[in-house]
Design a protein around this ligand. Structure first.
Ligand code: C2O
Length: 592
């Protein structure tokens, strides 16, 4: 016993030292990333050698420290001994019942608790197994559509008891997206939206979905398509979703009908604009969400939640907010209470287009990694060692560790090579910054303090535009790498509903411009969960106020405002959706 404790103490010390060292030595797992099967030559061999050794050591140490909990197949109902590093893992014995409205139950829990199944640990597919190449949905040919249609039809015909059935797949999203499971080692719910679990969980959900579809038609090269809403040709709902097993009656017909260009920053506002204008707005918006607004990991991946109720955060990354959330709402049927199916989390995955939407979301993650040279996005062991559970094509329950799914080439799939037209869609100021400056200078600090950056403890309601002058703590960034970040904090969405507001900097008239203008700094989008979880005694109701963080260094430079002591910030609630939402304040932070 003593010896064991001593050993653990030593291991713990090694971890701390190791983590510290990690600040200096880059993990090589990702540096050795090979893309589309080609091996990239690495320039600094020595560095790679040191860090490979280091990461090998680190893995051993972490696995030892995490103990049996990591390596054995223990049914999750037996609560194993608490490891030293607690990570995110759902407690499969806790699935909560839920209600969509009074008297209407939404059964998304599995018919038999998953905790009663044994599970296997995820293995990277054999390198010799065929690759799956995901291609553009709008260019899908007849043969591919027929093949996919057949697989989907079979999947839809499987009984609900079969975890591979379409409805079970959809309900799994319902479970995880509404917080129906608790976390292991705490009574806080396990949730995968609005923070750094968003990308990895959805990657693996569609990964297994794709493999199940393929196995149902005996095709191990089958790959999902992606809805390329980030390029003009792909912005229309892909035609294949209008027929056969791909249809869904619960879509907003006026939106998904061809050839309407999707509004990837949808805000309930259906005013008609010319398709060319919409495309221009969409591309500038993509540039913002992928490039200027996503220069730091947290801005793109979402905030770093930690296990337990106190560590949970609510701060989605750029792409999750929109196009992800916005397009969910755009596709869902406006007449339905929560815009089911796509417009609400409990029902979203019932629409086959969900999988093509998420395929593109996953592609954006991959491309963002490519843009930053595959530098590992997160090296925090909490994230790397967090787990999800999915059923594979053989109906086996599989435990997946985030650290194992960061390289899609190793996962056996890839994306067809296409252009990214938004890369050079950097927006321009709507008004010459010098002219704007004159107008802004005449804005006095507010009769009755109207423009004071003072939100009082109770916060301000977003029932109307909020325009304030925000002080910049410093005028010079420490280095080119340091990012100035505008934070709208303490966003409290009081009613489970769609909420959207946009943020502008130094705008003369924020209501008349959009993401095509450089003054646009970001958007906040809340998608309703749509159901109420029935809590067990002792379970924690998880509700955190949200933060919206926006990288603004490039924008301030383009607005010629990077020498100024303060900036004007305008929050513009969209289509009256902010009436039940308050904000605690606005400040500026810096990220390294
Ligand atoms: Cu879990 Cu597109 O949502």
């Amino acid at each position: 016993m003593e010896a064991k404790r001593w050993l653990r103490a030593v291991l713990f010390t090694i971890i701390v030292v190791g983590l510290f060292a990690n600040l200096f030595i880059k993990d090589s797992n990702e540096a050795q990333h090979t893309h589309a099967g080609e091996h990239e030559e690495l320039s600094d061999q020595q560095h790679v050698h040191i860090s490979t050794t280091f990461s090998w050591l680190k893995n051993i140490v972490l696995n030892l420290a995490l103990g049996d909990w990591q390596s054995n197949n223990i049914p999750s109902s037996e609560q194993p001994e608490k490891p030293h590093i607690v990570t995110f893992t759902p407690n499969l014995s806790t699935c909560h019942k839920s209600f969509a409205k009074p008297g209407f139950q939404v059964y998304c829990c599995p018919p038999k608790p998953e905790s009663e199944e044994s599970f296997i640990d995820f293995k990277i597919p054999d390198l010799s197994s065929p690759r799956r190449i995901r291609r553009r949905a709008h260019l899908a040919d007849k043969d591919y559509i027929a093949k996919y249609n057949k697989a989907l039809t079979i999947m839809k015909s499987l009984p609900y008891e079969d975890p591979r059935s379409f409805r079970r797949q959809a309900d799994m999203h319902c479970i995880y997206c509404t917080g129906a499971y608790n976390q292991q080692y705490s009574n806080a719910s396990f949730s995968i939206h609005r923070q750094w679990l968003f990308f990895p969980w959805h990657r693996m959900m569609i990964y297994f979905h794709e493999r199940i579809l393929g196995s149902l038609i005996g095709d191990d090269t089958f790959a999902l398509p992606f809805w390329q809403w980030d390029a003009p040709e792909g912005m229309v709902t892909p035609a294949m979703y209008m027929d056969g097993a791909f249809t869904d009656t619960e879509r907003e017909e006026t939106h998904v009908h061809i050839p309407r260009i999707a509004d990837i920053n949808y805000d309930y506002n259906d005013t008609e604009i010319e398709p060319e204008q919409r495309i221009k707005k969409n591309l500038a918006f993509m540039y913002h969400q992928m490039v200027s607004g996503a220069k730091k990991v947290e801005l793109f991946m979402g905030c770093q939640s930690k296990p337990g109720k106190d560590g949970v955060c609510d701060g989605p990354g750029t792409i999750e907010l929109a196009p992800h959330n916005a397009l969910h709402t755009w596709v869902g049927k406006a007449l339905n209470r929560y815009r089911e199916n796509m417009g609400v989390f409990y029902a979203a995955a019932r629409d086959p287009i969900f999988y093509a939407h998420h395929s593109n979301i996953d592609r954006m993650w991959e491309y963002w990694k490519e843009l930053r040279g595959y530098e590992p996005e997160i090296v925090d062991p909490v994230w790397l060692n967090s787990h999800f559970f999915f059923h594979n094509e053989n109906s086996q329950l599989v435990r997946v560790r985030i650290g194992d799914i960061l390289n899609i080439t190793k996962l056996g799939y890839g994306y067809e090579k296409v252009d990214y037209p938004w890369l050079n869609a950097r927006p321009k100021p709507s008004i010459d910054p010098k002219i704007a400056r004159c107008t802004l200078n005449t804005r006095n600090n507010g009769i009755l303090g109207a423009h004071l950056n003072d939100f009082r403890p109770e916060g301000r309601t977003l029932d109307t535009n909020i325009e304030v002058k925000v002080h910049r703590p410093k005028r010079q960034r420490r280095s080119e790498e340091e990012e100035e970040v505008l934070v709208v904090y303490g966003i409290d969405v009081k009613i489970d509903m769609f909420v959207k507001f946009d943020v502008y900097i130094n705008a003369i008239d924020a209501t008349s411009i959009g993401p095509e203008s450089r003054e646009f700094a970001g958007t906040y989008v809340n998608v309703p969960r749509g159901i109420t979880i029935e809590m067990n005694e002792g379970d924690e109701k998880m509700k955190k106020k949200s933060n919206l963080k926006m990288g603004i260094s490039e924008l301030l430079q383009d607005l010629e405002a990077n020498e100024d002591d303060s900036i004007w910030v305008t929050l513009v609630p969209r289509s009256g959706t902010g009436v039940n939402t308050t904000v605690d304040g606005i400040r500026i932070e810096y990220m390294d």
